[in-house]
Design a protein around this ligand. Structure first.
Ligand SMILES: Cc1cc2nc3c(=O)[nH]c(=O)nc-3n(C[C@H](O)[C@H](O)[C@H](O)COP(=O)(O)O)c2cc1C
Length: 225
């Protein structure tokens, strides 16, 4: 594919767009996002966290339902219970991993639960009346998709400040809902570890650098029909 810059570089397109420098910065932000699993203990300024959450809250959502619910988990007992849930879920995942992959799997660091100064459990309110069900009747899962859109916005907004985010999904969803004491209709979506990364972020995902998986060619995933 040709680079967008060569084709869309200015005044020929009198539409509401951003300039070339911004687009290059946006591309760099997306390329250098990374899932972070090793954190420094230094606190993340509240102002950064609040700004990122306010941007996440601008994410698209089905029927404008805004179903995301962010819980900042500060209680040490709750954090320890999440860590215990990870240990159980990860031990089960290791057992279910193909025998030839087990040694590599066991070496992967798949969470930053011990060290991340900010931890956030994100839920989707499946019973929200906001948006009055518009768009979600045939595909109720679109509420969870909306929540994921908000998480991705949060990820990029934090990354823009240099703050790292690591998504932990190797957890027991029902146990996490219990730990967080959420209402019945809330579905667990993500546990997010947030903080300053220990190391500079590479352009390549850690799972690729460690030989677990490679990025597929886009051409294999995108075609005209
Ligand atoms: C839905 C979702 C769940 C994920 N769960 C985990 C997880 O439990 N542990 C982990 O280390 N990384 C997790 N990740 C991060 C992925 O491993 C990571 O995004 C992928 O390897 C690509 O790397 P990158 O984010 O640095 O580009 C998750 C990412 C997503 C989107």
């Amino acid at each position: 594919m040709t680079r967008a810059r060569e084709h869309f570089d200015g005044a020929d397109f009198p539409i509401d767009s951003f300039d070339v420098d911004f687009r290059e910065q946006l591309a760099a932000l997306v390329r250098r996002r990374r899932d972070v699993r090793r954190f420094r203990p230094d606190p993340v300024p509240e102002a950064i966290l609040e700004e990122a959450l306010r941007l996440a809250h601008l994410a698209p959502s089905v029927g404008f339902s805004q179903p995301w619910r962010f819980l900042l988990v500060e209680d040490e007992a709750k954090r320890a219970a999440a860590m215990a849930s990870f240990r159980r879920a990860n031990a089960a995942a290791l057992e279910q991993t193909a025998p030839e992959d087990r040694a590599l799997y066991a070496r992967l660091k798949l969470e930053g639960l011990r060290e991340a100064p900010v931890q956030m459990a994100v839920f989707c309110d499946e019973e929200t009346h906001t948006g009055r069900g518009l768009g979600a009747r045939t595909m109720p899962e679109t509420r969870a998709y909306s929540t994921v859109c908000a998480i991705h916005t949060l990820w990029l907004a934090l990354r823009a400040h240099g703050v790292g985010l690591g998504w932990v999904s190797i957890l027991e969803p029902e146990e996490i809902a219990r730990i967080c004491a959420v209402p019945e209709g809330w579905r667990f979506v993500a546990w997010l570890c947030i903080g300053w990364p220990q190391e500079a972020r590479a352009e390549t995902p850690e799972l690729e650098r460690l030989g677990w998986e490679r990025r597929l060619p886009l051409e294999k995933l995108c075609r005209r029909i």
